[in-house]
Structure formats: structure tokens, C-alpha cells
Write a protein that binds this ligand. Structure first.
Ligand code: 5RP
Length: 219
């Protein structure tokens, strides 16, 4: 089974967490794109949809969904999104698609966060995937120096501007043996808008697709 089929399986499994009348948050990325493809099949269950990126909003619109802004939607009943890495405590690295800030807001606003991945995303320790960090453009060099002091290698995602008009640093070789502590520590650096570690607000449910089916881990 190829990676895309696994992503589709994880996406399909997440549909059962969407119950009639729910306000649903939708994330960003190739796994979520599979979900958006499937969403019309249960469209009648959805009251409102909120999206974490312009890319997902465009796809949702194509599928006939009107997207509500979070400020008008109120709390989300469920938020469904992918991840770049996940550990067994359901801490995540996110932001490979650069949508981490809005993703973190929607995860925070959601009663339940369902994360959909294929088996390659499950890791023992976070950090092999370079950590995406959204930074204010004027603070980019300053923030990069702070990572160098932590013996990590920040790489500017050249030519990429987030939906919020900011830049992304992809930070290689950062030691994330304690995701909660590292998220807290990085959040103190001025100029960082969002760190791609989702430990203080982890997923509630992790759906992991492999050749045999979809496994479920709960926090
Ligand atoms: C986007 C994200 C995505 O959830 C993450 O990059 C996973 O993407 P994919 O499903 O394409 O592997 O955080 O900002």
C-alpha cells in the first residue's frame, strides 16, 4: 500500500469523529487533502467548517463548503489535522506545510483534536524532522542566532511566506528530548510567533494508518 493510500485510510477513519451538528476545524497538508476529498460524503453532519490555511479553504470551497472564520464560529467540536511527527504521548511536530500558527490556534480552540498520520510519522523522540518555527521577518536573524546558541541549525525556508505574512525557520538537530520544556523555552524568544512543537496542546486521538489498518492512540 503506498503512502497516499495510508493517508486516505487515516483520513477516512477520522470521519467517525464528526457527529451531526458539529463545528469542525480542518487542518492543512496532503493527509488533510485526502480528508477534504472525503468530506462531502458526510457533509450533512457538518454545521460549520473552519480552516487552518488558505490552501485548505480553497479546496473546501471547491468541494462546496462555505468556510466560517474562527471569530464567528465559536468553539470547535473537533479539529482534524495531520502531523510531521508524533510520539506515543501524542506530542507532535507540525508546520511542514507552514500553517502551524493557525493550526495551533484551531487545536487550542477545539474540544477534541484528532490527528491523522501514516505509520512513518510515529517516532520515539521528536526532532528528526526539522522543527518549523514561524518568525516575524524583522526578527529572523536574531531568532536564528538563538537557535545556534542551542547548537541547532536554523535554515530559512527561502521564498516561503506564511498566510500571516511571516517567515519560517526549519530548525535541524534541535534536542527535543523534553517537548513540553522545549516548547515553553522557545515560546520565550521574542520574534517567534509559533513553534511547531504541539506538546502543551497535544492531540487527543492519534489515528495511525499502516498496511494492516488504522490504529488508535489516545492521550
Ligand atoms: C502543515 C502541517 C501538516 O499537518 C504536516 O506538515 C503534515 O503534512 P502531510 O499530511 O502533508 O504529511 O503541519 O503545516
Amino acid at each position: 500500500m503506498d503512502a497516499r493510500e495510508k493517508k486516505r485510510k487515516a483520513a477516512k477513519a477520522s470521519l467517525e469523529f464528526i457527529e451531526p451538528g458539529m463545528t469542525v476545524g480542518i487542518g492543512t497538508g496532503s493527509t488533510v487533502n485526502e480528508l477534504i476529498e472525503l468530506l462531502p460524503s458526510i457533509g450533512d453532519r457538518i454545521n460549520k467548517v473552519v480552516s487552518s490555511s488558505q490552501a485548505s479553504t480553497d479546496l473546501l470551497n471547491e468541494k462546496g463548503f462555505e468556510v466560517t472564520r474562527l471569530n464567528e464560529a465559536g468553539p470547535l467540536d473537533v479539529y482534524i489535522d495531520g502531523a510531521d511527527e508524533a510520539n506515543k504521548r501524542l506530542h507532535l511536530i507540525k508546520g511542514g506545510g507552514g500553517a502551524l500558527t493557525r493550526e495551533k490556534v484551531l487545536a487550542g480552540a477545539a474540544r477534541r483534536f484528532v490527528c491523522i498520520v501514516d505509520e512513518t510519522k510515529l517516532v520515539g523522540m521528536l526532532g528528526e524532522f526539522p522543527l518549523p518555527v514561524e518568525v516575524l521577518p524583522m526578527a529572523q536573524s536574531f531568532v536564528a542566532r538563538q537557535f545556534t546558541k542551542l547548537r541547532a541549525q536554523p535554515v530559512w525556508r527561502e521564498g516561503f511566506v506564511t498566510d500571516n505574512g511571516n517567515h519560517i525557520l526549519d530548525v535541524h538537530e534541535l534536542n527535543i528530548s523534553n517537548p513540553l520544556e522545549m516548547e515553553t523555552r522557545l515560546n520565550q524568544i521574542p520574534g517567534i510567533l509559533t513553534v511547531g512543537i504541539f506538546a502543551h496542546r497535544p492531540a487527543d486521538i492519534l489515528l495511525i494508518a499502516d498496511d494492516d489498518g488504522v490504529r488508535e492512540l489516545r492521550a
